[in-house]
Design a protein around this ligand. Structure first.
Ligand SMILES: Nc1ncnc2c1ncn2[C@@H]1O[C@H](COP(=O)(O)OP(=O)(O)OP(=O)(O)O)[C@@H](O)[C@H]1O
Length: 256
């Protein structure tokens, strides 16, 4: 019998800034192929969870492992390498270099890391841009693209090294609802192809598209809802059910 090693595993994950403890001993397992969202009030620790579980930020106590490798035992160079080769990150605002065209922005992180020859990276970037519907923008400047288009570029940049997991901190937070839906369509398609995704979001419509929703309050996960894969139909109904779960305190540990 084979036992699959979890993709991510946090045990007793604690994070303090000075004397302010923001994450209180979080236990969390994320398996390969999951599509996970993290919700909760502002300041509950969602982003901090994302940054610590991905090794972007240090932890104060506990352990975090990625495919069985203990991140807490790694030095900065090892962590940077792991992030570069196995993890992709997308954010609310896409920070791109204004003096480079959009294609070069997608290629840059992989090029600087010397992971593949330039021609190969260009080809890979164009394939990603094709897939996300922005290939025709390859030669354009940052100022010549809309917010939704820039977010697609951000996704391509995050995918250039073929990561195992894509982390998103409010990836649709700065977009109108049409652009947000289009970005979620892309992320759902990536997940259907096997990519693991973990997204922080305030938007129940975004969370309704994911398979599993964590709810955080005061630095703890107080709810863990497995709602199954969205089959593409009846998102309104799914969102209503999720909103009821969020509102009525059905979350594990919130029923008082
Ligand atoms: N670098 C930091 N230094 C000090 N305190 C921090 C730092 N980063 C986060 N915090 C604090 O940690 C707490 C949790 O912040 P975090 O950004 O993780 O919450 P969040 O749930 O993602 O909030 P939001 O939804 O508003 O983005 C907050 O009280 C915040 O002020």
């Amino acid at each position: 019998m084979t036992t699959q090693i979890p993709l991510l595993q946090a045990t007793g994950l604690t994070k303090s800034f000075d004397r302010h403890t923001v994450l209180h001993g979080i236990d969390l397992q994320v398996d390969h192929g999951e599509f996970l969202s993290v919700m909760g009030p502002s300041g509950s620790g969602k982003s901090t969870l994302l940054y610590t579980i991905s090794g972007m930020d240090t932890i104060s106590a506990g352990t975090v492992s990625f495919e069985g490798q203990d991140l807490t035992g790694m030095n900065q160079k090892q962590l940077a390498r792991l992030r570069l080769t196995s993890m992709g990150f997308i954010f609310q605002h896409v920070h791109l270099l204004k003096n480079l065209c959009l294609l070069d922005n997608v290629v840059l992180p992989a090029y600087l890391a010397g992971l593949a020859p330039r021609d190969e990276l260009n080809e890979r970037a164009l394939q990603l841009m094709e897939r996300t519907g922005v290939a025709e923008l390859a030669d354009r400047d940052v100022s010549e693209a809309s917010g939704g288009q820039l977010q697609r570029i951000g996704i391509c940049r995050a995918l250039i090294n073929a990561p195992t997991i894509l982390f998103g901190d409010e990836p649709t937070g700065a977009l109108d609802s049409t652009a947000a839906t289009e970005i979620m369509d892309i992320l759902a398609e990536l997940n259907a192809d096997g990519m693991t995704l973990m997204l922080v979001t305030h938007d129940p419509r975004v969370a309704a598209r994911t398979d599993r929703v964590l709810y955080m309050v005061d630095g703890q996960i107080v709810g863990d809802r497995r709602q199954g894969r969205h089959d593409g139909t009846d998102l309104d109904q799914r969102q209503t059910e999720l909103s009821q779960w969020l509102a009525t305190g059905e979350r594990v540990g919130l029923a008082r």
